[in-house]
Design a protein around this ligand. Structure first.
Ligand SMILES: [Zn+2]
Length: 267
């Protein structure tokens, strides 16, 4: 009877009562009735066990891993991430990239076009992501800002900042490479930018990739999708972010998996 659940004390009492009855019936020399009760007892225990196995199965089915649930009770399942690696470039793939991986893609496109690039090492919301140098003269000619915002539109503030850098450093090009959507203000801004500011969205980036030799495209795809390329990175410590729920408010947010060492959060 070791399979009985601690959560169901009534069952224990019922089984105990039946055992007492069986003992009493034997004592009063009524083996027929006692045997009947033994059979009934086995039937009850059998059905109870089946029921608890079924409910256990139902509980565990929707969760990917009960072990993970134990590790961190407040960590919620992250948005569905496909385990199959993509076999070709697409706008959806570019849109799904972690911002850090997206940045790497933009940088690599310029590198593969034959330009020297220099990362500026700024975080997710920093002003400038990398500089481009001319092939022959090695002079700094442009600046690229990468933004992969899926939840909010790319504000005109981003465009103005880029314009500021281009003007102050006297560069030929200020390029915004983005996945997501430009705000109305940004679109208006792009109609008449004061200096040479350009914006490339997902479709334009896909075009840039398509200009590369096929083998180079394939290699780039492999490099970009190696590892966990969809889960967002922490701008502070470069670990991954995980979906959590605030205990007090019940609101969901992104928190660093390195918590409590790193306390970065993103809403
Ligand atoms: Zn972190």
């Amino acid at each position: 009877m070791g399979r009985r659940k601690r959560k169901e004390p009534l069952d224990e009492q019922a089984v105990f009562a039946m055992i007492v009855c069986i003992a009493a019936l034997f004592y009063f020399n009524r083996p027929g009735l006692a045997l009947l009760l033994v059979v009934a007892l086995f039937a009850v225990v059998y059905f109870k066990t089946q029921k608890s196995i079924d409910s256990e199965n139902n509980k565990t089915k929707p969760q990917a891993s009960s072990r993970r649930k134990k590790q961190n009770a407040i960590t919620r399942a992250t948005p569905p991430i496909s385990l199959d690696k993509p076999t070709e470039w697409s706008q959806e793939l570019i849109a799904d990239l972690d911002w850090r991986v997206f940045e790497k893609l933009c940088l690599n496109i310029w590198r593969l076009k034959g330009f020297s690039v220099e990362e500026t090492g700024s975080g997710a919301d920093g002003g400038v992501d990398f500089y481009i140098y001319a092939k022959e003269t090695k002079r700094k000619i442009g600046v690229v800002q990468c933004k992969s915002w899926s939840k909010r539109q790319i504000d005109v503030k981003v465009m103005r900042e880029l314009q500021g850098v281009v003007a102050s450093e006297q560069l030929k090009l200020g390029l915004l490479m983005y996945s997501g959507v430009l705000s109305k203000g940004s679109n208006e801004f792009m109609k008449k930018p004061a200096v040479n500011i350009k914006a490339q969205g997902g479709a334009d980036i896909l075009d840039e990739i398509a200009k590369l030799p096929q083998q180079v495209q394939n290699d780039l795809l492999k490099e970009i999708t190696a590892g966990d390329y969809q889960k967002p990175s922490c701008p502070k410590c470069d670990s991954k972010l995980v979906r959590r729920t605030a205990k007090k408010t019940g609101k969901e947010f992104w928190g660093c998996e390195n918590f409590p060492k790193c306390r970065y959060t993103m809403h």
